[in-house]
Design a protein around this ligand. Structure first.
Ligand code: N2P
Length: 350
């Protein structure tokens, strides 16, 4: 009995050893690409198709704001290869030496990038450290059935009759920016008095909202929990059919933005990162991502592959007139602190 046990143990170990040998020689683990991105930002098949084509595994983590993403990276989170900051955040990260200078020979598809985008939106028109991914607007979505008559204005947040049914983004530049617009100021002012005034406006709005939310607003309005939300155009469009949702760009002005793809300087798998960025600007891949996300991928080769409906959607391709009412959030360097201080006060005060 003892001998039998000993023998079977020996046999077991031998088999395990052979197995390990086999695994290490033939079953080599696949290379991994670590992505850090906003949620709901790829078509359903994008990642799977990339994994198949490049025989790799993609690990996809999400963040809900530039601030949260940046804080995590600064706190020492390493291991990410490709990150998707908004352009102003990418600019700041580049200034801090966090980003790889891009080798264009490894991204031939950047020839597809729409020059119009580079001219009017990009903060890095030579794409030296970033490649644009998507662009959209930040506006207001309402459940018309619940809200009744309303004006297309940020003043909707003053409505005490729908108190507790509204949300604002959990994003200091977007929320203070909206308040600055209602006061007739630039979204990028560095005048401390103007930002302080905007803080007072947000405090009034805060009394009527359920919460500051950057991800929850979407299922919240789709399910009818929230009636008015500040949100991103494409994310609202993705759920528009689930409920009677209307989206508008407030008359006082709004922000438009772009999110970019960057490679971190300490990225463990730079080759795969380049392949991924290049893949995202394949005309058909970019078109599929546009159809799903309902944002503008500034890829001129993709425009031929999108549906007529999308191509003619004024929420995706803004008219020049609308564009004039929007303002892009730009980096403010050290003056950013003015906003952060006011925001911290708004958030902490009852
Ligand atoms: C993606 C939302 C990204 C918008 N779901 C913010 N730049």
């Amino acid at each position: 009995m003892r001998t039998k046990t000993y023998l079977s143990t020996l046999l077991g170990s031998l088999l395990l050893g052979v197995g390990a040998l086999l695994f290490s020689s033939c079953g080599k683990a696949k290379p991994e690409l670590h992505i850090y991105n906003w949620s709901d930002y790829f078509a359903e098949d994008t990642i799977r198709a990339f994994e198949k084509q490049y025989n790799c595994r993609v690990v996809y983590d999400v963040f809900e704001s530039n601030e949260a993403m940046y804080a995590k990276l600064k706190a020492g989170a390493s291991g990410y290869d490709v990150v998707f900051p908004s352009s102003y955040q990418a600019y700041m990260m580049h200034n801090e030496g966090m980003l790889e200078t891009l080798d264009h020979s490894k991204i031939p598809n950047i020839a597809n990038i729409d020059p119009k985008f580079l001219k009017i939106v990009s903060l890095d028109p030579s794409m030296s450290y970033s490649v644009p991914y998507m662009s959209g607007t930040t506006g207001i979505a309402v459940l018309a059935d619940k809200v009744g008559e309303y004006e297309k204005s940020w003043a909707i947040y003053e409505r005490a009759d729908i108190k507790g049914r509204m949300t604002l983004l959990n994003d200091y530049r977007e929320v203070l920016g909206a308040a600055l617009k209602t006061l007739g100021y630039s979204i990028n002012t560095t005048n401390p008095q103007q930002v302080a005034q905007a803080g007072e406006v947000v405090k009034k709005w805060k009394a009527n909202i359920a919460k500051f939310a950057s991800d929850e607003y979407k299922p919240g309005i789709a399910s009818g929990e929230f009636y008015v939300v500040q949100g991103y155009s494409g994310d609202i469009m993705q759920v528009m059919e689930e409920a009677k949702i209307e989206y508008f760009l407030p008359k006082e002005g709004f922000s438009f933005w772009a999110d970019d793809m960057v490679i971190l300087k300490d990225a463990p798998n730079k080759d795969l990162a380049y392949q991924f960025i290049n893949y995202m600007h394949d005309a058909e891949v970019a078109a599929a991502n546009m159809e799903f996300t309902c944002y503008w991928a500034p890829n001129k080769a993709a425009y031929e592959h999108i549906s007529e409906e999308l191509a003619n959607d004024p929420m995706i391709f803004l008219s020049d007139e609308q564009m004039d009412k929007g303002e892009q959030i730009i980096p403010l360097g050290a003056k950013d602190q003015i906003y952060m201080d006011v925001w911290a006060k708004v958030k902490s005060e009852e």
